[in-house]
Ligand binder design. Sequence first.
Ligand code: FPP
Ligand code: MG
Ligand code: MG
Length: 313
Amino acid sequence: MVAKEMKFLTGNIRQLLGSGHPSLDTVAKYYTQGEGKHVRPLIVLLIDILPSQRRLAEITELIHTASLLHDDVIDHSVSRRGNPSANLEFGNKMAVLAGDFLLGRASVALARLRDPEVTELLATVIANLVEGEFMQLKNTARDEKNPVWTKETITYYLQKTYLKSASLISKSARAAALLGGSDTATVDAAYLYGKNLGLAFQLVDDMLDYTVTAEELGKPAGADLELGLATAPLLFAWENNKELGALVGRKFEKEGDVARARELVLQSNGLEQTRALAEEYVNQAIASIEMFPESEAKAGLIEMAHKTLKRRN
Ligand code: FPP
Ligand code: MG
Ligand code: MG
């Protein structure tokens, strides 16, 4: 349905990233060559049923790609979308600068939309991405040596997940509806669709980190524990196995911690609980847009929600 628009997406993004400096040009465009899923632009184009603002779709992908360039530096990641990561290929300095450059060009494109509310939404997203990444540096709200599991453990994780993943999807869906001149109820529905889908998307991502090989993922597998991160599957496992508290507290740094934590997660129902929670969010995403008129675009949004659960990369 939006194939025509999507066909031009990468070309237009590459045009937005043109720079007179050849090596900056190469690094900045590096992640636009591979097989990205283009989830955010797809949602924007499907929400903005009158396709008045393709530029917003490009801006969302630029911000997302900038965050990946920085993320792969922070995570010391060696691969992305089946290719060597930009930091591995060009070094950390170039990867960070390329990410900054993408944010700069995204900001220019955003300013050119001449819509203060949309500008505020997308600028907030950039701040939210950093806040989410900061929250992730600690596994729990209090960051203690021997933390105990409480309901707050999950709340903290979900808040972090909103900031690092769902904020971009939800606020760009809201921006698309605003640019399309929709009424308040439609704008709110678009936001809720994006928020629920974004939460589901990251829950599935955190599950796949345990269940799928690096080859299928196109990026390192089992990376979260190695990075000291306790994501949903482990947090659910921890609820029923207090042994995990000490490991979470020392960020799985002691020899054997990563393997032990992985074993305990796989023995628990943490992965099933993660999948079940993702499914709840998918259903909520679909329910959010119930009031949208029946159309091909609405069917596309529902299909994307279902696909979020089935994806393997
Ligand atoms: C991927 O998560 C990363 C994010 C969703 C956001 C990262 C945000 C920053 C690095 C803050 C800086 C932001 C900007 C806009 C420059 P992941 O590491 O869990 O997933 P992965 O397995 O795909 O690497
Ligand atoms: Mg990463
Ligand atoms: Mg990361």
